[in-house]
Design a protein around this ligand. Structure first.
Ligand code: NAD
Length: 474
């Protein structure tokens, strides 16, 4: 497939570096051509700048119509996009349609509904007499930078609230998602929308840096690693651009001592290992009660050894390769380092650790501050730690630089919800794999980011307010 960029509602070839993306599944070329270069970067910024007025004038019903039209096109092309993403990052095909495409369709439709009822203007009684009217104006041209792990959904996390708020957006997806995002660009190009409402340039970090530095973007909305997010935040702050940063995670799943393991097994598997663990909110730190530790560890070890590792295109595969051989080597090295420091491998299915494959690994870490507990590995690796009391579990869950997601697993949802309220993290699921809901805020505490996406808060994140101070009636 040839890489396609969308500039001013036209599909174009890039003028940047040569692109030749190989699949981690079978080493075949899955996308080729050229990444976007400086010429396209300048064109999209100029087009977005010109489109700002038309977008802010666009009636709410027309904004919702764009989102509904895109949802219908994505749904119609779901199989091709899901298959492309399986080849790009190893997402098992059993999971790809719902995780990679169904989620994006649901999100677009949710925003089409949300914008209909959104309050862009609000009047309040003034504390100094009179009243105030708060106007929520579109912030202007937006740059949305997204990673490769759930590329279409994450692109929609940026474009849906942006269009709802009445702003043009330029997407900058990763090289790894060149195939799926080229298909997506074709779908975007077929939409009936103002010129430049949505544009897309595929390329790497250098392209991202150039776009972040362009003063025509009033807002930068970034999803990716904490390391890159720090750089993006600093560059945006230099020119006072507005930012949202959705960054890494190392979320804790707390199993309470009344958990029914068989009842939660399927959801727990997806919470930990969906998309081969390549999910920002993956529950990669399991905290288990010391009173039931041996029984739970035996259950998990049996669950792990039954995992079907292999070709992600085949039905029944639970775990495919990770995104690249380089990522696999990094993850395998991290596992080996902890095991040689005294950690124990509780279970791992018998599968060759080569190429882009990392056998899913359940590890009791070498120490309470082992690097394997601190670093986000972004692969099929889960650590298990024992806790003595609920206070202990809360302390362990909260004592981390990341605070993106978390979960509590219990036979008593009231009890789980009481404990969940003590967790210092962006979202907490109770007996569910879900890390977010389209209608409510999502985002991270501490090193997991700044700002919130989704829900009405997600629309407000693409607005600037002006407050009108109205005099008292004489
Ligand atoms: P990454 O940070 O390497 O890249 C993400 C995107 O940023 C890519 O498009 C990349 O080209 C671009 N980029 C990288 N450096 C840049 C820079 N200095 N300036 C501008 N753009 C730059 O991340 P990745 O490896 O592609 O993705 C995995 C990471 O994303 C994980 O840390 C994961 O937790 C995180 N993530 C977070 C969320 C969330 O909602 N919080 C969702 C998905 C993934």
């Amino acid at each position: 497939m040839t890489v396609r960029h969308l500039v001013s509602n036209c599909l174009v070839d890039g003028s940047g570096e040569t692109c030749r993306m190989m699949s981690p599944v079978d080493d075949c070329v899955i996308a080729k051509g050229r990444f976007a270069g400086g010429k396209e970067a300048d064109m999209v910024a100029a087009t977005a700048d010109r489109a700002a007025l038309a977008m802010s004038d666009l009636p709410i019903a027309a904004r919702a119509a764009i989102l509904r039209d895109l949802a219908a096109r994505l749904e119609a092309g779901a199989d091709a996009i899901a298959a492309a993403i399986t080849m790009e990052n190893g997402c098992p095909s059993d999971q790809a349609r719902a995780l990679q495409v169904g989620s994006a369709v649901g999100l677009l439709r949710a925003y089409a509904d949300l914008v209909d009822i959104h309050s862009f203007e609000e009047t309040r009684a003034g504390f100094r007499g009179g009243s105030t009217t708060i106007l929520r104006h579109p912030v202007g041209p937006v740059l949305g930078i997204v990673p490769w792990n759930v590329p279409i959904f994450l692109a929609c996390m940026k474009l849906a609230p942006t269009i709802a708020a009445g702003c043009p957006i330029v997407l900058k997806p990763s090289p790894e998602s060149a195939r799926s995002m080229s298909i997506f660009a074709t779908q975007l190009g077929a939409l009936d929308m103002p010129d430049g409402a949505i544009q897309s340039l595929i390329g790497g970090a250098d392209l991202g840096r150039a776009l972040v530095g362009d003063a025509r973007f009033q807002k930068v909305s970034f999803t990716g690693s904490t390391a890159a997010g720090r750089q993006v935040g600093a560059a945006a702050a230099e020119r006072m651009a507005r930012i949202t940063l959705e960054l890494g995670g190392k979320s804790a799943a707390i199993l309470l001592d009344d958990v029914d393991l068989s009842a939660v097994r399927d959801q727990l598997f997806l919470a930990m290992l969906q998309n081969n663990g390549q999910v920002c909110g993956a529950q990669s730190r399991l905290l288990i009660p010391a009173t039931r530790a041996s029984e739970i560890e035996d259950f998990l070890a049996e669950m792990w050894s039954a995992l079907n590792v292999g070709n992600p295109r085949e039905a029944g595969t639970d775990i495919g390769p990770v995104v690249s051989k380089a990522a696999a080597t990094r993850i395998r090295d991290a596992i080996a380092a902890d095991l040689s420091a005294g950690g124990s491998l509780l279970s791992s299915p018998d599968y060759p650790a080569d190429g882009a494959f990392v056998p899913p690994s359940l590890i009791r870490p070498s120490s309470a501050n082992a690097d394997i507990l601190e670093s986000e590995l972004f692969g099929p690796v889960v650590t298990v730690q024992r806790y003595d009391s609920e206070d202990d579990a809360v302390r362990m869950a909260n004592a981390h630089r990341y605070g993106l997601s978390g979960s509590v697993w219990s036979g008593d949802t009231e009890r789980a919800s009481r404990l969940a309220r003590r967790l210092k993290t962006g979202t907490v699921g109770i007996n569910t794999k879900n890390i977010l809901d389209f209608g409510s805020p999502f985002g991270g505490w501490r090193s997991s980011g700044i700002g919130r996406e989704l829900g009405p808060e997600g629309i407000d994140a693409y607005t600037e307010t002006t407050t009108l101070l109205m005099p008292s009636a004489e």
